[in-house]
Design a binder for this molecule. Sequence first.
Ligand SMILES: Cc1cc2nc3c(=O)[nH]c(=O)nc-3n(C[C@H](O)[C@H](O)[C@H](O)COP(=O)(O)OP(=O)(O)OC[C@H]3O[C@@H](n4cnc5c(N)ncnc54)[C@H](O)[C@@H]3O)c2cc1C
Length: 443
Amino acid sequence: MKRFLLAYLALVALVALAWGWALPLDGAGGAPPSAWAVREHALTLTGLWAFALMSLAMVLATRPARLEGVFGGMDRIYRVHKWAGILAIGLAALHWRVELSDGLIKTFFGRDGRLPKAHGSNLFEAMRDLGEDFGELAVYALLAMLVLTLWKRFPFRLWRHLHKIMPVLYLMLAFHAAFLAPIGYWTQPVGMLLGLLIACGSAASVHALAGWIGRSRRSAGVIESVEEPAPGLTRVRCRLDAPWPGHRAGQFAFVAFDRVEGDHPFTLASADRGDRRVTFEIKALGDYTRGLAQRLHAGARMTAEGPYGRFDLAPDDSGRPQIWVAGGIGVTPFLAWLEALQDTPAQAPDADLYYCVRSRDDDPFVGRLEALTRTLPGVRLHVLSSAQGERLDARRLAAHAPGSARPAVCFCGPHGLLGALRRELAAAGLGGIRIRHEAFEMR
Ligand SMILES: Cc1cc2nc3c(=O)[nH]c(=O)nc-3n(C[C@H](O)[C@H](O)[C@H](O)COP(=O)(O)OP(=O)(O)OC[C@H]3O[C@@H](n4cnc5c(N)ncnc54)[C@H](O)[C@@H]3O)c2cc1C
């Protein structure tokens, strides 16, 4: 993700520098550039970067399923969306600081070298003034949004409603960019880039404001049963209506049981049997999921949007040993994988599934995992119960990599456990191994 965002920013800078730089950086006769020229370049580059990132974040917010292959799944698209947004706000704040630097430059360098402002008709000037006001207002609103995003204690539900203002802020920024970009831009390739960003970001904003995000992938359905197999766990079985295309084991859907609450991402924790029946295993992890079993009932309508995600059980013909690690409710994609393999046990890979739980004795999934792995001799189940002092350690992991064989590692679970797994692999001398994982957090 970091590499992608850096490459994106480098590309934008390249277009601006290579073809579109409207102002010469050198002073006359090879003299050093004036502070005013540097300010102007800093202003346009930070503005362009911030706007390019904001446009990217806006487009990714529309859940573009076609880009899942490029990014490696919708959970990753959301991560890029989040960091593109955070970086964009940082750069927009920097852009604003540079804009305010003229007083300082006047004090230290005087007015010499100040670049003349391009003037247009009265209407154009009025639009530029409005664009400036929009930009200023949007930067303040974005900074407030950034604080709420990073402040994890701020309730997600409220944050989500406030976040709906983003397309409006984007349209204000697009107006700002269109009227305040240097006029010389529009005859350069950088003008084409800016025009493309404005068009894509504005189309995405309108799409979001109209409520069209995910509309073509949404299916209505009915809840068939609701169970509470253990305190804090809700199992919901649903039957979806006709447009539901089916899913691959390991994918997820945005599910809405309640129109006012809106959708939440949950893994499709059952294999696809072609009958549009799906199961969700939902752990009480917050405001909405707490007490969910008491609020849902059979016969109620619901919607599922999807399927999304690339955390599927890929056929592995490399012969490498596989390590699957599930932490707590992160077991859901593995349940779907194991269920999907029941009809074709010969296709099951040689894998060790580590299921890390608090207490094996009252865990609702251990029995099901034992039953599902019993028919798959290639898949060995290891339940590690922290209440009994068991944990995934370097010694166990190193045992899967005899000689030069590098195991393929798939992970789904809490972030802390992923960090611990990375440390354990490094301690076992397997630090170079890439871990395929599903991110259960989008904020
Ligand atoms: C790809 C994916 C698959 C998931 N699969 C499962 C699963 O099979 N079983 C399960 O129990 N949990 C799953 N989760 C987590 C589940 O979505 C959250 O636990 C749930 O949405 C929490 O809602 P809440 O209102 O109770 O909690 P809150 O306290 O409001 O939120 C807790 C955290 O959950 C996330 N979250 C909450 N609401 C949303 C939303 N509408 N959209 C996106 N993220 C949200 C945010 O990161 C938030 O910080 C999955 C998450 C993702 C991203």
